[in-house]
Design a protein around this ligand. Structure first.
Ligand code: NAD
Length: 535
């Protein structure tokens, strides 16, 4: 029988599932400091957010095969170390969707009917009815931004309240919108047409600060916003200003840019109904998370890969395949970010990649290409399904002609619309890379061509990509501007093309602010400036 260690408290229903087919122990608090030693006796460990599964703990797990995270975030688990040691990491990303959906309505109704202040005044023994005139949901327009698991459930409930529903999601399919009686729209259309706007996107480079001064300005006067998604989607300062000025009538917030906040101005604002990230805090969600995690851990111990895996471990082939997967993933990510628009196809071309790794490298590229729009919830196991749901096609080809490199992976991200980003030619962003061998092992990743330019740089960290006219002095002016902005350049790579354009890729130690980026673009001879975060 497999032995499973529960390191953080798990809802009893999950413990019961485990006990039916495994030997289960619960870690006592007194034993916690000895986890790296005790783990040697277990095939699987289940954690929530309280236990750190560090490299040291994983190295102690001689027979450890699975780490189950009863929840979503995996910040407390060293995924790279787990992958290297062949340990599968599993999480339960969808078990709390219903609770988060209902919490959205809890905030929506509390805001519309001023429940918190009415309750507070009554508790203070005041009978104040006139100051608590609210508004009905019936007949109002709800704008849903991010139409995935939760956004779609919110839409169904909003229709039951007889609300009009508008939705924006770059991957929204017409038939899903039709089935749910929802009108798909552009982001600006949703912002301008809604009385209430609710955010259900992951936090990505594209969604960070999506609610900002500009987007608030295009909203209806007196509209309200709800955020049960991720705090970083909202620019807190812009929201505070809009609430103070009365441009926005209110906000219902379950999530904050920093949790717990050090700055409580938003939570304390009289026009805000705030809760401390309790969207998933229901007994049903906790039970579902516990039982789903328990079932998946048992299935994985039984050899199934049909689980929500965060990584794809490589013990069987040693760590030989791992650098190629990382390469595929980083190239996919870079190509998708460079595309800058809605993705329709990921084309992966391979030279010199072993037969048994080809599919995995292609899937890794697909995963990397989906992360910028889908967030970290997409993993090696669900990447193909996620792509199919979004009508993104994966095409893989192997080539035997002589390439300049012993191993070469080329990823083309093909968009749905005409080119959006500066790196796209005919709606295609192309990037190729290799991995260099040091001694016996590969692992030194390099991009070797990007957007038609032949150049070498590491696909990692914060990359500033500047395209300019190939004239003397440009790179000096670029460096001076960054230096004046207090930004350190870690390394710089230059390339030129016959057409008279040049490309500079700079790895930066600090991100430039919007003002600095605008100044870079305003430099004479500058054509485009993009910041890619591949950390
Ligand atoms: P999901 O992946 O099913 O849906 C997210 C949707 O956002 C996808 O359809 C995706 O295409 C869309 N999207 C991506 N980029 C976008 C963009 N730039 N503009 C508009 N749409 C975009 O995820 P989900 O399960 O519905 O979760 C939604 C959010 O809610 C996540 O951020 C999740 O972390 C959060 N969440 C919070 C709680 C809580 O306790 N408050 C609980 C569960 C989930």
């Amino acid at each position: 029988m497999h032995r499973v260690l529960i390191a953080d408290s798990l809802a009893p229903a999950g413990v019961d599932v485990l006990r039916q087919s495994a030997d289960v122990d619960e870690l006592r608090d007194a034993d916690r400091p000895r986890l790296a030693e005790l783990i040697a006796d277990y095939d699987a460990v289940i954690v929530r957010s309280g236990t750190q599964i560090t490299r040291e703990v994983l190295e102690g797990g001689d027979r450890l095969k699975v780490v189950g995270r009863a929840g979503v975030g995996v910040d407390n688990i060293d995924i790279a170390a787990a992958t290297q040691r062949g340990v599968l990491v599993i999480n339960a990303p969808t078990a709390n969707s219903l609770s988060a959906t209902e919490h959205t309505f809890a905030l929506l109704l509390a805001l519309a009917r001023r429940i918190p202040s009415a309750d507070a005044s009554l508790k203070a023994e005041r009978w104040e009815r006139k100051s608590h005139v609210g508004s009905e949901l019936h007949g109002k327009t709800l704008g849903i931004i991010g139409f995935g698991q939760i956004g779609q459930r919110v839409a169904r409930r909003a229709r039951a309240f007889e609300m009009e529903v508008l939705a924006y999601d770059p991957y929204l399919q017409a038939e899903v919108a039709k089935r749910l009686d929802v009108e798909p729209m552009s982001l600006d259309g949703v912002l301008a047409g809604s009385d209430f706007i609710t955010f259900h996107t992951p936090l990505t480079d594209q969604t960070r600060n999506m609610l900002n001064r500009r987007s608030i300005a295009s909203m209806k006067d007196g509209a309200a916003v709800i955020n049960v998604g991720r705090g970083g989607v909202v620019d807190a300062e812009a929201l505070l200003e809009a609430l103070d000025s009365g441009k926005l009538a209110g906000a219902g917030l379950d999530v904050f840019p920093e949790e717990p906040p050090t700055d409580y101005r938003l939570a304390a604002h009289p026009r805000v109904v705030a809760t401390p990230h309790i969207g998933a805090q229901t007994s049903e969600a906790q039970e579902r998370i516990a039982t789903e995690t328990a079932r998946m851990v048992l299935a994985a111990l039984g050899g199934s890969l049909a689980v929500s895996a965060v990584n794809l471990p490589f013990r069987s082939s040693g760590s030989r395949g791992e650098p190629f997967l990382r390469l595929g993933e980083q190239l996919g990510r870079l190509a998708a970010v460079a595309l800058g628009g809605s993705l329709r196809r990921v084309q992966v071309d391979l030279w010199g990649i072993d037969q048994e790794l080809r599919k995995s490298v292609a899937v890794a590229a697909l995963k990397g290409a989906l992360v910028p729009s889908c967030g970290e919830g997409v993993n090696y196991v669900n990447a193909e399904r996620t792509a199919a749901d979004r009508r993104v096609e994966l095409v893989q080809a192997t080539h035997s002609d002589q390439a300049a490199y012993a191993h070469l992976v080329r990823v083309r991200a093909v968009g749905a619309e005409p080119p959006a980003g500066a790196w796209t030619a005919d709606g295609v962003a192309e990037v190729a890379g290799t991995t260099y061998r040091h001694g016996e092992t590969h692992g030194d990743l390099r991009v070797v061509s990007f957007g038609g330019f032949r150049m070498e740089f590491k696909p990692q960290g914060l990359l500033l990509v500047v395209r300019n006219l190939d004239v003397p002095g440009f790179v000096g002016r670029l460096g001076t501007l960054l230096g004046n902005g207090g930004i350190n350049i870690a390394d710089i790579h230059l390339a030129r093309e016959p057409g008279g354009h040049a490309l500079a890729v700079l790895r930066l130690d600090q991100p430039p602010d919007d003002e600095c980026l605008a100044a870079l673009l305003a430099l004479e001879d500058s054509i485009s400036v993009d910041l890619f975060d591949l950390s």
